[in-house]
Design a protein around this ligand. Structure first.
Ligand SMILES: *[C@@H]1O[C@H](CO)[C@@H](O)[C@H](O)[C@H]1NC(C)=O
Length: 118
C-alpha cells in the first residue's frame, strides 16, 4: 500500500514537472476561423513574477465573432514557463481576458490562438 502511494506520487510529480502549461478550452470546428493569434513573450527577472493580460478584442476594438475555442500554448517545454488562466469572458462569448503569470524569476513565452465564428 505504502509503495503504491509513493509510486503514485512519483507519477504525479513527473506529470507536473517538466511539462509545458498549455491551456486549451472549447473546440474549433469546421467554419470557425482564427480571430486572434499572437505570441506573448516576456523575459524573467530574478525574484520577480511577471504577468501579462491579453484581451480579445483589444481595448477600443469591436468584435462580432463568438469565441469557439482558445488555445494557449506554453513554448517552454521544460515546465519553466508561466501559467495561463481565463479571468473573464470565454467560450460562447464575444470577449475574453487571459492572464499569463510567470513563475518567480521566470519568463513567459506563450502563443495564444482564439477561434471564433461570425
Ligand atoms: C519562444 O518560443 C519560441 C517557439 O518555441 C522560440 O522560437 C523562441 O525563441 C522563444 N523565445 C524566447 C525568448 O525564449
Amino acid at each position: 500500500m505504502r509503495t503504491l502511494s509513493v509510486a503514485i506520487l512519483f507519477c504525479l510529480a513527473a506529470i507536473c514537472a517538466g511539462q509545458s502549461h498549455d491551456l486549451s478550452i472549447g473546440q474549433a470546428t469546421y467554419g470557425d476561423v482564427i480571430v486572434y493569434k499572437a505570441d506573448e513573450i516576456k523575459y524573467g527577472f530574478p525574484f520577480f513574477i511577471r504577468t501579462s493580460i491579453i484581451e480579445y478584442p483589444e481595448p477600443g476594438q469591436k468584435n462580432y465573432a463568438y469565441i469557439k475555442a482558445i488555445y494557449i500554448k506554453d513554448n517552454e517545454r521544460d515546465g519553466s514557463g508561466g501559467y495561463p488562466s481565463i479571468s473573464a469572458g470565454g467560450i460562447g462569448q464575444r470577449f475574453v481576458k487571459i492572464k499569463l503569470k510567470s513563475q518567480r524569476g521566470g519568463g513567459l513565452n506563450f502563443t495564444v490562438t482564439i477561434y471564433g465564428r461570425y
